[in-house]
Ligand binder design. Structure first.
Ligand code: PAF
Length: 282
């Protein structure tokens, strides 16, 4: 598996693959790789003969005061993990490679509407940073396919919208959330949890499942269910950013007949901000 930090080496290797008629999949990551990322790599491999994993902690998607400095950076460990996976190449650029004019002077890609609520409301500028870096990675790697995790449900919708709106020739694939045995969604940020917080953290998924079951059994009083869920989370020790039942397609408020719902939440436990969601198809 090749590890490169430069656009040139990346382009040369991809040109060789293209000559052989191979398709290329990209799995964008910020490193701190866990089993969830590895499952995205395996999924990518089902859609293309070659898989590139980018590892780049993107400064433009962190608001001031967020965890950019603390975010786990462990390229050597990431390399070891990927060695045993289906990845063909790691692309680990530095900030100048991605933002030649500097992050503050970067041409920005912004998706209105979908980015205004939920994580967009509590993390101002976050999605502009995500779409800006993903558009750059698409331009550099020129993949046929790119794979994102369902755990970041709003993010994958925003990226799908950007790709469609700009007619980018990349198919977006969403991979299922991978969970610990107790249900906690795997995340690079779980490492911020203390032992006691780690014990409490699965309540987030349990609460999503409770609401999912209520929806499946025909309950349609969405606001009441959301309020009940928030109460449960607060009682367990979370500080809730949002807990919402929305249309899976576009995160709009669903009417009572909507059959494809997503229940999504973000909540803080100590210094960790955890996000999770479940899709409920009735
Ligand atoms: O989901 C992530 O890890 C990041 O938001 C992404 C898509 C790699 C962009 O930096």
């Amino acid at each position: 598996m090749l590890v490169t930090h430069t656009k040139q080496e990346l382009a040369e290797r991809i040109a060789e693959w293209r000559q052989l008629g191979d398709h290329v999949a990209l799995v964008p990551t910020m490193g701190g790789l866990h089993a969830g990322h590895l499952s995205l790599v395996e999924l990518a491999r089902e859609h293309a003969e070659r898989v590139v994993v980018s590892v780049f902690v993107n400064p433009t998607q962190f608001a001031e005061g967020e965890d950019f400095d603390e975010y786990p950076r462990a390229l050597e460990r990431d390399k070891l993990r990927l060695k045993k996976s289906a990845a063909d190449m790691i692309f680990a650029p530095d900030v100048e490679t991605i933002y030649p004019f500097g992050p503050d002077k970067a041409t920005t890609v912004s998706v209105p509407g979908l980015t205004e609520n939920f994580c967009g409301a509590t993390r101002p500028g976050h999605f502009d940073g995500v779409t800006t870096v993903v558009a750059r990675l698409f331009a550099i790697v020129q993949p046929d396919v790119a794979v994102f995790g369902q755990k970041d449900y709003q993010q994958q919708l925003v990226i799908r919208r950007m790709t469609e709106d700009l007619s980018l020739p990349v198919s977006i694939i969403t991979g299922e959330t991978v969970r610990a045995d107790d249900g906690l969604a795997l995340s690079s940020r779980n490492g911020y949890l203390s032992d006691e917080e780690r014990e409490v953290a699965p309540v987030l998924y349990q609460t999503l499942c409770f609401v999912g079951q209520e929806l499946q059994s025909g309950r349609r009083n969405f606001a009441e269910l959301e309020a009940m869920a928030v109460e449960r989370l607060i009682a367990a020790g979370f500080e809730v950013d949002y807990f919402a039942i929305r249309r899976a397609l576009d995160l709009e408020t669903p009417d009572r007949d909507c059959d494809d719902l997503v229940v999504l939440t973000a909540a803080r436990l100590g210094s960790a901000r955890l996000i999770d969601n479940i899709v409920v198809s009735i």
